[in-house]
Design a protein around this ligand. Structure first.
Ligand SMILES: *Cc1c(COP(=O)(O)O)cnc(C)c1O
Length: 384
């Protein structure tokens, strides 16, 4: 059976993988080497220097391409290194339209690094496709989408944005970190590039920092590979191994993240001390229909605002949590809680972040795969 016809739960384990050529090792070995012996100059077995390529990284890159239904995977030293490579496709004067409530680090690299090289960034609410259309002009070269968005859990209609980009010859990149290919595959919906912080759900165990890009188009893959090799922000063999191992249980973990996410979201919604809960699985979520259409389930990321709370009250709640760990990051087996205004989104000016709903009292949860009853009891004692 060809790699193209196997289903997702099989791809996570076998996609793009073959037993190691040297000894038949079932698990790709950690090729902890920088260089490779040559019999004559250029006479090598496909690898010459580990910035350019490394067999453990290749195994991960093939797995990434497989699970995202792409053709080419590229693994980087972090999610931000992957984003950095995408923006380096552009020239001074080119314009990018991006989601307005996106990951704080993405906002920071766009504004603080690339703006000074003459790339222009527009941040718009992408709940409405018209808002995107209004910003498109002849310099628009890339649309950057994150869905569900961080931390407001807005849902962006990838297919509708792809129709815009395809008719206007604009690249569409989707940060698929929150959803993972278990929930949605943007390349199938018309995106050109899928980006991941594999640090999160793909790795899944909060033990490494890795980034990824997946594309279908060979020419685009070649341009990105050139940047990856020329800029050098590659991921190492040990980190490649860890993410490969994580991907093998992605479908099982995601299933539980979704179940627990639903239980926690419903508990919060029923709690009179909670003002608002942001989770795309509620049928009164503004883009519930699109979420239902483009995602298989609704994930384990939830944000909420406790009633009558300010900045300090929210901090007190996250400090009281005992099973949820107060920490940056998300997507691991363990539940984490964060306070975006002081943590992940502190680099976004207060007036900017409040425009998109990231108020001082907002709390973000990455619901892990522990027992849901324990998680709910923990929230109950912390919210008080
Ligand atoms: C964490 C994260 C990133 C950045 O990835 P790193 O691996 O931390 O560099 C980008 N986008 C989203 C949605 C993230 O959660």
């Amino acid at each position: 059976m060809g790699a193209k016809t196997i289903k997702f739960n099989t791809k996570t384990i076998h996609g793009g993988q073959q037993p190691d050529k040297a000894y038949g090792a079932v698990v790709p070995p950690i090729y902890q080497t920088s260089t490779y012996a040559q019999t004559t100059p250029g006479g090598h077995k496909g690898y010459e220097y580990s910035r350019s390529a490394n067999p453990t990284r290749t195994a991960l890159e093939n797995s990434l391409a497989s699970i995202e239904n792409g053709e080419f995977g590229l693994a980087f030293g972090s999610g931000l290194a992957a984003i950095d490579a995408v923006i380096k496709l552009l020239e001074p004067g080119d314009e990018v339209i991006s989601t307005n409530d996106l990951y704080g680090g993405t906002y920071r690299i766009f504004k603080k690094i690339f703006e000074k090289f003459g790339i222009v960034f527009h941040f718009v609410g992408m709940k409405s496709i018209d808002a995107i259309r209004d910003k498109i002009n002849s310099n628009t070269k890339l649309i950057w989408v994150e869905t569900p968005t961080n931390p407001m859990m807005n849902i962006i209609d990838i297919k509708a944005v792809a129709e815009l980009t395809n008719t206007n010859k604009i690249l569409l990149a989707v940060d698929n970190t929150f959803a993972t290919p278990y929930l949605q595959t943007p390349l199938n919906l018309g995106a050109d590039i899928v980006m991941h912080s594999a640090t999160k759900y793909l790795g899944g165990h909060s033990d490494t920092v890795v980034g990824a890009l997946v594309v279908k188009n060979k020419e685009l893959a070649d341009r990105l590979y050139f940047i990856q090799n020329a800029s050098g922000a590659v991921c190492g063999p040990m980190d490649s191994f860890l993410v490969l191992r994580g991907i093998k249980t992605l479908h099982v973990r995601m299933q539980r993240h979704c179940e627990n996410g639903k239980a926690v979201a419903e508990y919060l919604k029923g709690n009179p001390k909670v003002e608002t809960v942001y989770w795309p699985g509620f049928n009164d979520h503004p883009n519930y229909d699109i979420a239902k259409e483009q995602m298989k389930d609704f994930g384990g990321m939830i944000s909420f605002v406790p009633k009558g709370s300010n900045y300090e009250d929210a901090i007190k709640i996250v400090e009281r949590l005992q099973i949820f760990t107060l920490a940056e990051s998300l997507g691991g087996v363990e539940s984490l809680a964060g306070h975006p205004a002081s943590m992940t989104h502190a680099s976004i000016p207060k007036n900017e972040r409040e425009k998109s709903g990231v108020v001082d009292a907002l709390i973000r949860l990455s619901v892990g795969i522990e027992d849901a009853e324990d998680l709910i009891a923990d929230l109950e004692q912390a919210i008080g």
